[in-house]
Design a protein around this ligand. Structure first.
Ligand SMILES: *[C@@H]1O[C@H](CO)[C@@H](O)[C@H](O)[C@H]1NC(C)=O
Ligand SMILES: *[C@@H]1O[C@H](CO)[C@@H](O)[C@H](O)[C@H]1NC(C)=O
Ligand SMILES: *[C@@H]1O[C@H](CO)[C@@H](O)[C@H](O)[C@H]1NC(C)=O
Ligand SMILES: *[C@@H]1O[C@H](CO)[C@@H](O)[C@H](O)[C@H]1NC(C)=O
Ligand SMILES: *[C@@H]1O[C@H](CO)[C@@H](O)[C@H](O)[C@H]1NC(C)=O
Ligand SMILES: *[C@@H]1O[C@H](CO)[C@@H](O)[C@H](O)[C@H]1NC(C)=O
Ligand SMILES: *[C@@H]1O[C@H](CO)[C@@H](O)[C@H](O)[C@H]1NC(C)=O
Ligand SMILES: *[C@@H]1O[C@H](CO)[C@@H](O)[C@H](O)[C@H]1NC(C)=O
Length: 496
């Protein structure tokens, strides 16, 4: 007995857990072309599925895709799997399913299994690419040159942001050339094909015919591009497809994120009406009318634009800082990602600024979560042959469009969405993994109609995109929820 206790203590102190078959990282799993599930992270099973880098030329070799699976409370092994397709690009499905583990069963029904995955290039899936090759000093230097604040923060900032943007793609091209030869094999059509590989492997395990396998999925935001791309490439493989917070796939492949700014101000205007109806107890920035709230907010914008606030000791004890107009805009864009949950916090900050205390905004623009390399690389290789944002004139006109559509977010959006960083990418990719045809089901209708869903005010993936995509898939339906926010069932929006 004593020896057993000692052995247990030893195991615990080494960080081992009780169940010997349980793994706590994808590195502990051998990739396999057969779908094999290993118990992982206590409540899940994990798999690393080997897929060809290039489906048209298997001699190029393989990479592996990380999958995570959670059994619904009433599910059996035979129950269909609903695949959650993450947003971004660059979002991790592994993180998505871990985050929502407690509610997916309630949202979709406990009779299903839930699966998600890291798409190619993201986190636990290959092939990986670090555009600065581990050189954090170079990365910081680039950020300082390029991320200077809202795009028209000065009379020269648009030019500085445009010309500095070439550094990024050149770094990525170098990293591909010297250390990650297949780092650009992360396109969305390839990811769609990986999903086909997954459902066929799953059918094989279940003793069913792989060629009959169909995809059941729920995609959010950029994940809707993966969904419509899949439906367009493999229309007879659509089992059930729900696409929520819909992106205009043609604009995505053109690197022309344009519909996105359509409802940003509508979402911001909701702040004034909701703050007013919540009352002074619940909204610290309350005013006697919604118009009064909007006018005071506009005052703050005007004040900070003309009078940035120097502060000391806010971010670190002895360092000075300057609270700027760009910091305020960073507050706005972070808030509309999740308006209903973030409005009270924004009210508190605006209230403090009105009282002369701007410290809550200090450094907010620096802290703005910029996209990972994976997210940028995916969108840049996807749009390489169709990129509509390459010349300085195109950049200028994109900024003008975005500013004309949104007075609150329009001038921070171009540097926030970072599509300009694609302009010097030079991927050399086989046709088989690059988008070729328009994304649509007009020629070949899907085997089951797609359900598109959207809120009436979607601050990041506007309703008009959902209408547009639905018009391209015969039989599809658009379900609307009268609300402001990006997705229908989830309170939080983890990522675009
Ligand atoms: C794994 O797949 C290979 C073909 O890729 C097949 O020959 C083999 O039997 C499979 N192994 C298992 C354990 O299913
Ligand atoms: C397939 O890939 C191999 C290895 O990179 C290359 O040598 C060959 O030319 C490719 N074949 C075709 C048909 O593209
Ligand atoms: C599980 O299935 C049983 C029988 O169909 C049903 O009565 C029960 O409500 C289900 N439980 C959950 C959590 O869905
Ligand atoms: C990547 O995966 C690791 C380990 O699985 C996890 O801790 C981390 O949060 C993930 N990061 C992202 C950005 O998804
Ligand atoms: C940036 O552009 C917007 C819209 O044209 C304008 O309202 C604002 O004054 C400009 N900001 C600066 C600092 O020039
Ligand atoms: C908003 O309402 C308050 C309280 O009535 C008033 O003092 C203030 O002048 C109004 N502000 C604006 C910009 O209308
Ligand atoms: C100013 O705002 C900061 C951050 O919200 C807060 O921690 C601090 O207490 C405020 N200072 C005063 C004097 O209200
Ligand atoms: C859908 O979006 C594309 C790309 O912006 C546009 O060319 C097309 O006219 C739109 N179609 C409809 C029906 O709105």
């Amino acid at each position: 007995m004593k020896r057993l206790v000692n052995a247990l203590i030893l195991l615990t102190s080494l960080g081992c857990r009780a169940d010997p078959g349980m793994v706590y990282g994808f590195n502990n799993i051998e990739p396999s072309a057969n779908l094999t599930w290993t118990p992982c992270f206590d409540d899940f099973t994990c798999s690393r599925l080997e897929v060809p880098l290039d489906y048209s030329n298997r001699s190029l070799g393989t990479t592996s895709i990380a999958f995570l699976k959670l059994a619904g409370k009433n599910a059996t092994v035979e129950s269909p799997s609903i695949v959650l397709i993450p947003g971004g690009p660059g979002g991790s499905g592994i993180d998505l399913l871990s985050t929502y583990r407690a509610i997916v069963g309630q949202v979709f029904g406990e009779q299903y299994n839930f699966v998600s995955f890291d798409p190619r290039g993201v986190n636990n899936s290959g092939p990986s690419l670090d555009c600065f090759s581990g050189n954090t000093e170079a990365r910081t230097a680039f950020n300082r040159l390029h991320r200077t604040g809202i795009t028209n923060t000065s009379s020269t900032s648009l030019e500085e942001q445009y010309y500095s943007s070439s550094i990024y793609g050149e770094r990525c091209n170098d990293a591909v050339e010297h250390e990650s030869p297949h780092g650009y094999y992360v396109t969305t059509p390839a990811v769609a094909h990986d999903l086909l590989t997954f459902i066929e492997a799953e059918a094989e395990v279940a003793g069913q015919l792989p060629s009959d396998a169909k995809l059941w999925c729920y995609g959010i935001s950029y994940g809707t591009v993966t969904g419509t791309t899949f439906a367009s490439l493999f229309p007879d493989r659509v089992g059930r497809m729900i696409l929520d917070g819909v992106m205009n796939a043609e604009q995505y492949y053109d690197n022309d994120w344009r519909d996105n700014v359509d409802q940003m101000d509508e979402a911001m205007e909701k702040f004034s009406s909701l703050c007013h109806s919540a009352g002074p107890e619940k909204c610290s920035f309350w005013g006697p009318t919604p118009a009064n709230i909007t006018a005071r907010m506009d005052n703050i914008i005007y004040q900070l634009q003309n009078h940035p606030v120097p502060l000391s000791g806010v971010q670190s004890p002895n360092l000075p800082t300057l609270v700027t107009y760009s910091d305020l805009k960073a507050l706005f864009i972070n808030t509309i990602y999740n308006p209903l949950a973030s409005f009270p916090g924004m009210a508190d900050i605006l209230h403090q600024i009105e009282c002369g205390n701007a410290s809550a905004l200090a450094g907010l623009f620096d802290g703005t979560d910029f996209t990972s390399d994976a997210g940028l690389v995916i969108r840049c290789v996807d749009s390489y042959r169709r990129n509509k944002l390459t010349t300085i004139e195109e950049f200028k006109s994109y900024v003008e469009y975005s500013v004309s559509k949104s007075k609150y977010i329009g001038d921070i959006w171009p540097i926030f969405v970072e599509t300009i960083l694609c302009r010097s990418f030079r991927p050399q990719l086989p046709d088989s993994i690059v988008v070729q045809d328009p994304i649509s089901g007009l020629d070949r209708p899907t085997s089951f109609p797609i359900l598109f869903t959207s809120n009436t005010i979607d601050p990041l993936t506007a309703l008009k995109s959902a209408r547009n995509m639905s018009s391209k898939f015969p039989g599809s339906v658009l379900l609307l929820q009268e609300a402001a926010g990006q997705y229908i069932p989830f309170i939080d929006s983890p990522i675009i």
